[in-house]
Design a protein around this ligand. Structure first.
Ligand code: NAD
Length: 341
């Protein structure tokens, strides 16, 4: 019998609910042992709900007996410093995306973890479903990958968490908050190469936002390979599709979950997952979070896993910086330097 990994959750806000729900079925692998949040009422409530000690101070949480690992789900600007504290305390760390605000920061954290023999992983949640796993495992059989098209279009007409409204001018909007998911997929299938060229069109359709809410990104990779990413906060009929053009045919992932190869369905999601994929919330994502947690427990035990490392996260942050710089150079009126929404 092996002991389950003891997990400290840092940040008891919106997304913590998905992680806590995922943990509920995984007690044999990983279990919650404590919670931390700067908001006393929130942390007391979460601690009481889950029967674990609650702390407003990270250092006190890290000192709790039984903490092997830490999940950081606080606002983006805190991730790097909190991850560094957790690593310095000898804990394995899973950090919600983005791992840090700059690629160099993420790389420093990755090196710190490597030196201490600790796991540092990034919460690129959308990697963790059966369709993506099957695609990654099978694609070597399909010949050269020439081109990837990603469309990820949803509807948000205002900040989904308070810190969305407190962002710095240079952060932009959808390129910072939503593009990472699509670009992580592109990096996953493109392998270790970074793009040679990055071109971006960005626009703002909703007057309530003060930065871009729609963008198209074009990436040119070594070996004549290319990728396009269309992201939107303006599509009420949610649209999520990935198309990959290989030498031997076309792979598609529809609604994030259905993998097809030349039209034939290879992977379908568990029943009840695609309730209404054209509506926000019409796709149940619990299995992504549960799988991510299992991968983290495996990583902590030194087993094979599919989690992106700190180095993967650093490459993604570098790419997002290049994308934002390209958008600022071509579409400054959309990426407003006066962002205060
Ligand atoms: N993987 C995904 O699909 C996904 C989805 C949504 C959000 N996220 C990420 O999760 C993170 C949290 O997002 P959210 O939407 O839950 O935000 P949120 O604002 O709802 O939650 C953040 C929580 O952190 C707490 N907090 C603030 N300062 C703190 C501190 N110093 N120490 C500890 N806790 C502190 C806040 O009180 C709040 O409860 C973000 O980094 C976001 O990018 C990921």
């Amino acid at each position: 019998m092996r002991d389950p990994v003891g997990l400290l959750l840092v940040g008891c806000g919106r997304i913590s609910g998905a992680h806590l729900a995922a943990l509920a079925g995984l007690e044999r692998d990983i279990r919650l042992v404590g919670v931390v949040d700067a908001d006393e009422a929130a942390v007391e409530r979460t601690g009481a709900q889950h029967g674990v000690p609650a702390f407003t101070d990270l250092a006190a949480g890290l000192a709790l007996r039984g903490v092997d690992a830490v999940l950081i789900a606080s606002p983006n600007g805190l991730h790097a410093a909190q991850a560094a504290k957790a690593l310095a305390a000898g804990k394995h760390v899973l950090v919600e995306k983005p791992l840090a605000e700059a690629g160099a920061q993420a790389r420093d954290l990755a090196e710190m973890a490597a030196r201490s023999g600790l796991v540092l992983a990034a919460g690129h949640t959308y990697r963790h479903n059966a369709a993506v796993a099957k695609l990654v495992d099978t694609m070597p059989q399909w010949g050269t990958l020439r081109a990837v098209e990603v469309s990820s279009c949803v509807f948000w007409d205002g900040p989904q968490a308070p810190w969305w409204a407190e962002r710095k001018p240079e952060d932009g909007l959808i390129l910072s908050l939503f593009a990472p998911h699509s670009l992580d997929f592109v990096q996953l299938v493109m392998g270790t190469d970074d793009p040679l060229r990055v071109q971006v069109e960005a626009a703002r359709w909703q007057p309530g936002w003060q930065a871009e809410d729609e963008a198209m990104i074009l990436l040119g990779y070594p070996g004549r390979r290319m990728a396009s990413v269309h992201i939107s906060y303006n599509q009420r009929s949610v649209f999520d599709r990935k198309v990959l053009h290989f030498a031997d045919g076309v792979a598609e992932i529809e609604d994030g979950e259905v993998l097809k190869w030349n039209g034939e369905i290879l992977v379908a999601p568990p029943e009840g997952v695609l309730v209404d994929p054209r509506a926000m919330g019409g796709r149940k994502l619990g299995h992504f979070f549960a799988q991510q947690m299992l991968e983290f427990a495996a990583a902590v035990r030194g087993e094979e896993n599919r989690l992106p490392t700190g180095y993967d996260a650093a490459r993604l942050i570098d790419l997002i910086d290049r994308v934002k710089a390209a958008a600022r150079s071509t579409c400054a009126e959309a990426v407003d330097p006066e962002f205060t929404a």
